[in-house]
Design a protein around this ligand. Structure first.
Ligand code: RET
Length: 247
């Protein structure tokens, strides 16, 4: 019977994770390679962005290999008393990726906006609270998980406020090219990041979609939020002098 059965990714899910691993690796090589076409003082955003996709490559390599997860008991079919002890695969390795890469993404953005160090530091602190509460909620089996989720959403609301308000105004005051680049990359980020709690809610949270669908949902978001974001950001910096940002 289904006792102690697992709800896990199939070979399709694994193939997709390998595809995203390849996208992240190629992006890393391209971003790092492009750094060497620039003078030393103009490489900071290439390095930060390449570090982001490099860390994601390792996380996706882990998930594609069927590693970096733990089983969390879920009530899958209440109507069928024979089904008990059903476990869903929760990839905790995502959160190890995010706790490193989301602060780097915020550095890319907030350095572009020219914000002072203290603002960058406390925004990153709130971001770490968001990721850690997401991990805690994912690993909790009872409905207390939604308490952690609520704390995480409050943290995200604060980050979105900094992006669409404080940082946007600061970037605009720094000039046209900086304002435009921040508007594109900041809006892209604010929009995409708001979709992560939805993916979480139907995966780790509510166990609504299958792990293969979870792979597609998070995978598409991660490709948009890292390689596509990185390309937009580096493109935007082609006419920005890092000295204008105090870098
Ligand atoms: C969680 C669950 C708790 C509530 C919220 C979340 C938001 C996560 C976000 C993750 C962003 C990840 C990125 C990864 C890069 O590829 C932790 C899912 C609000 C915004 C950008």
């Amino acid at each position: 019977n289904n006792a102690h059965a697992g709800i896990k990714i199939t070979t399709h899910g694994s193939d997709w994770y390998w595809a995203v691993t390849a996208i992240m690796m190629v992006s890393t090589i391209v971003f790092a390679g492009m750094a060497y076409t620039k003078p030393r003082q103009h490489r900071i955003f290439h390095y930060i962005t390449a570090a982001i996709t490099m860390v994601a490559s390792i996380a996706y390599f882990s998930m594609a290999s069927g590693l970096g997860w733990t089983g969390i008991a879920v009530e899958f079919q209440r109507s069928d008393p024979k089904v008990f002890g059903l476990y869903r695969e929760i990839f905790y390795v995502r959160y190890i990726d995010w706790v490193i890469t989301t602060p780097l993404l915020l550095m890319d953005l907030l350095l572009t906006a020219g914000l002072p160090w203290p603002t960058i530091m406390y925004t990153i602190l709130i971001d770490e609270i968001m990721i850690v509460t997401g991990l805690a909620g994912a690993l909790v089996r009872t409905s207390y998980k939604w308490g952690y989720f609520a704390f995480g959403c409050m943290a995200l609301a604060f980050i979105v406020y900094v992006l669409v308000w404080e940082a946007r105004l600061h970037a605009n005051a720094m000039g046209r090219d900086i304002g435009r680049t921040f508007l594109i990359c900041g809006s892209w980020t604010a929009l995409l990041w708001c979709l992560y709690p939805i993916a979480w809610g139907v995966s780790e949270g509510g166990n609504v979609i299958a792990p293969d669908s979870e792979a597609v949902f998070y995978g598409v978001l991660d490709v948009m939020a890292k390689p596509v974001f990185g390309a937009l950001l580096i493109w935007g910096h082609r006419n920005i002098d890092p000295a204008a940002l105090g870098l």
